[in-house]
Write a protein that binds this ligand. Structure first.
Ligand code: GLN
Length: 541
């Protein structure tokens, strides 16, 4: 039977529950266990798809097209578990389902309430995660977003309390992640906030089994560990000191050293083979050995939010590992490249240029100026999603004699809509759920950069966009503009353009999909890897 680990957070938000859950997942997979993971988010949005990246960071997309919390990106980069629609559930999603059931009369005239109806729905989602007839999961890790003490998380925690009782305490382990702040004036780490947050959890009826203490650059002393153990009623070995560690991918080793996997397995009464972390450790060592530095400029519009392009940052890091170099990435606000700005003064120091995804008009001119600079200066260029669309606009305007070329997203009336909605999409008003989402097949053209990178004829990548390349301009852009279509999605009697390149350029590749969502440190995404490789050879030439 599946065992469950619930990860909660205390004291402050952003305490690192997602990374802890992912690291624990890695340690358990290293013990040969079959794992699945899930995040419960306490906000009312049905999914994070409609949230502004400034506020919430990146939206992570799964193969089956779920728009999910960025913590799922951590799960995917650290573990091999397959994420899907089932892997992220929000309060909005739960209420939505309960209200629909109520409208259908499924509650047989009963008053519909938080307990039991909302909590039952939460429990059923957790069960659904593991009730896969084709998979026998040993462990499910379920992370609960938000902070203990928030009004929003109460129904989730109540549902977990009931769940534990239903399946039996031996099959559950509660891991609570807290902040232990360092008070400068006192010169010491303070355990009181942790004690309070554990008390808040116990008020709800949940006793944590393991407490992971985030301590910034400091380390918990034996004495402090003892104090937390005693006040919070957990065993000494179940207090884990989680000081800041860089790189991120070295964090699991710190948890391993403190026996986190053993402690959790003991709590779950689960036997598992000895740990094999060799491949992971070798990857971290390779990463730490790399000394050559490579400067990449990435152009975007949500650059102030550290997590807005999380998976791209990580994918470039993975590409660096594969090329034995350290990628120094600077995100540059697209608007800085507009007006009188000379792109060369900003972009010349970089060996590679990336234009990232985005929505809306702001910064588009700066992105087009960037593509033009990369094309003319023959700097390796990688465009992602909107990055591909602006690359097409740039080629159309400056290489294919269409000065008015644009996307109908920015100019619905433009005379040369090289990027537009497909006819079947027109007239759809609803913003949520109208996008091309999830994994689609892409056929590659032999001899192109994309084909070389993937070393395959057919690949599958994940999408999240509304607009598409307009096939009416295919002939002109390829014949006059020098554009090459190196990847396309077959659609019966026509195809959707997925990858474009320039034949006369060292490495210019732009994709309609989001390759960053599939990159992991052990399996760097091929296009990111070859982009970094091309940038490295430019720096050496
Ligand atoms: N705004 C563009 C579209 O909807 C690109 C989206 C993206 O970059 N993810 O098609």
């Amino acid at each position: 039977m599946t065992k469950y680990i619930f990860v909660t957070g205390g004291v402050v938000s952003s305490v690192g529950k997602g990374v802890l859950a992912a690291c624990l997942g890695l340690l358990l997979e290293a013990r040969g266990l079959k794992l699945t993971m899930m995040k419960l988010d306490p906000y009312i949005n049905v999914d994070p798809g409609t949230m502004n990246p400034f506020e919430h960071g990146e939206v992570f997309v799964t193969d089956d097209g779920a728009e999910t919390d960025l913590d799922l990106g951590h799960y995917q980069r650290f573990t091999s578990c397959k994420l899907s629609q089932k892997s992220n559930v929000t309060t909005g999603g739960i209420y939505n389902a309960v209200i629909q059931k109520e409208r259908r009369g499924e509650y047989l005239g009963k008053t519909v309430q938080v307990i039991p109806h909302i909590t039952d729905e939460i429990k059923s989602r957790i069960r659904m995660l593991t009730a896969d007839p084709e998979q026998q999961y040993d462990v499910a890790i379920v992370e609960i977003g938000g902070t203990v003490g928030d009004i929003e998380s109460l129904p989730f925690l109540e549902a977990l309390r009931q769940f534990r009782l239903e399946i039996g305490p031996k099959h559950c382990c509660f891991v609570h992640v807290t902040l232990v702040p360092y008070i400068e004036a006192a010169g010491e780490l303070k355990t009181k906030p942790t004690q309070h947050s554990v008390r808040a959890l116990r008020d709800i009826g949940i006793q944590p089994n393991v407490i992971v203490c985030r301590t910034g650059p400091h380390q918990l002393s034996e004495e402090q560990m003892h104090k937390i153990a005693m006040f919070c009623d957990v065993t000494g070995e179940a207090i884990i000191s989680a000081e800041d560690i860089s790189p991120l991918y070295a964090i699991p080793m710190n948890f391993k050293k403190q026996g986190l996997d053993n402690t959790v397995l003991d709590m779950l009464h689960l036997e598992a083979p000895a740990s094999n972390l060799q491949e992971w450790t070798a990857m971290v060592e390779r990463m730490q050995r790399a000394s050559t530095e490579l400067r990449i400029a990435a152009i975007g519009k949500y650059v102030e939010h550290e997590d807005a392009y999380k998976s791209i940052n990580e994918a470039l890091l993975h590409a660096g590992i594969a090329n034995d170099c350290k990628v120094k990435l600077d995100w540059i606000e697209a608007e800085q490249l507009e007006g009188d700005a000379d792109p060369a003064t900003i972009l010349a120091p970089y060996q590679g240029i990336l234009v990232g995804p985005g929505f809306g008009q702001r910064g588009i001119d700066g992105k087009i100026a960037t593509v033009r600079y990369a094309r003319e200066s023959r700097t390796p260029f990688f465009g992602i999603c909107l990055g591909m669309q602006v690359a097409v606009i740039e080629i159309a305007r400056h290489c294919a004699e269409m000065p008015e070329a644009n996307s109908t997203e920015f100019d619905p009336e433009c005379s040369d809509p090289v990027i537009s909605l497909l006819s079947e999409q027109r007239g759809i008003q609803d913003m949520g759920g109208t996008m091309r989402l999830g994994e689609y097949r892409c056929d590659l053209k032999p001899g192109t950069h994309a084909h070389v990178a993937y070393g395959a004829d057919v690949v599958y990548e994940r999408h999240r966009h509304r607009y598409e390349f307009n096939n009416a301009y295919l002939e002109r852009l390829t014949r006059v503009g020098g554009m090459v279509v190196s990847g396309a999605h077959p659609k019966g009697d026509y195809q959707l353009v997925e990858i474009i390149e320039l034949a006369d350029h060292p490495w210019f590749c732009a994709v309609q999909f989001h390759p960053e969502f599939k990159s992991t440190p052990l399996h760097p995404q091929p296009l990111f890897r070859d982009f970094v490789k091309a940038a490295l050879s430019r720096s050496r030439s």
